[in-house]
Design a protein around this ligand. Sequence first.
Ligand SMILES: *Cc1c(COP(=O)(O)O)cnc(C)c1O
Length: 424
Amino acid sequence: MTPLAIKGGSPLRRTPFPTYVTIGEEEKKAVMAVLDSKVLSDFLGTWSPQFFGGARVQQLEKEWCAYFRVKHSVSVNSATSGLYAAVGAAGVGPGDEVIVSPYTMSASAAAALVYGGIPVFADISPETFCLDPESVRRCVTPRTRAIIVVDIFGHPAAMDEIMTIAREHDLVVIEDAAQAPGAMYRGRYAGTLGHIGVFSLNYHKTIHCGEGGVIVTDDDSLAERLQLIRNHGETVVEAKGTVDLVNMIGFNYRMTEIEATIASEQLKKLESLLVPRIAAAAYLTRRLGKLPGLTPPVTQPQTRHGFYVYALRYDAAKTGVSRDKLVAALKAEGLPIFPGYVRPIYLQPAYQKRIALGRDGFPFNLADAKNPPSYQRGICPVTERMHEQELLYTNICHADIKEQDLEDFCAGFEKVFAQLHDLA
Ligand SMILES: *Cc1c(COP(=O)(O)O)cnc(C)c1O
């Protein structure tokens, strides 16, 4: 048997894995048409037809509504902007608590801070890595106003259970579906399951337009508030006749015509980009699932996983080799594999030092003095265990990966697992 690369043997794979390319002639042609029109954006921050943006922006929103079967789509310049707008539209104000997953991109929690809301971190499920409804329930207090649920890695969160909790306590649910366009849950699209859903169109996501996002909702009043926050609401409310001024100080979150037309083309490709992801994941699961200590990602019943990321769990007790040692050996074989995902958000300096807006600790200093949210290590033990000991992931589940790449990836795992005794 060839020795492990980490022990000086030759790596199993010497060439890089293919990168994911979704942009083709269709997008090029569409962009040229926008350039020929000379109108690169057609928004105005006044109560006028242009308040809703240009023809391509409105076209994209119409297509998004039809595709995802929602009443309203509001395009924005990023999912981060989308999450901020969603928290604003939900009416979150200074001192309100917002329950959020700690195992996600940082903007999911920063969105609360921007409106003076205080993020409260609930733990995740070790099966799906999404919020654990029981942990969410334990985090609800009289100050809770909203829940930000994340369909992490492309697997929809336990939305039925979360919506039940929300109904009981009159909370707004914002679904961060940045990683899950096209994923499904009990017959409905991920992103359309909460009161507001947010999709990302940044370069790294399943479909993209460079930078961009789309917010969806079935609620007329939330849609109106999202549009005002996107586009200088404070200058528009009077002429528009909006009476509820809460959080109607707007931003410029507007998408350009160029991004919108690219996004329209990308949406047409979504299904054909998703099917190969699911097939690649199935291949990996068939082979890697046979190795000791490895648990491939689960897809819950009546659910379609989007496989933005293929995340495995690893039990070092079964092999005697730590995850980080294992990952180092796999990397040495030339495999794109990573230990953990992002550090639990509450361990970031802003939370540890409770400094967000200004120098006096706002909004953390508004917390309930008797029961302030904790950001101490240990508050979300499952998240910490996944991050520090068990989770490893790869992003090779995509449409440009060939069978040979999957074969090499699995062969690299099999090579390392056959010689684990050398690593112990
Ligand atoms: C990428 C991502 C975002 C932010 O998306 P942008 O469009 O880059 O702002 C938010 N949440 C999650 C879970 C993401 O993966």
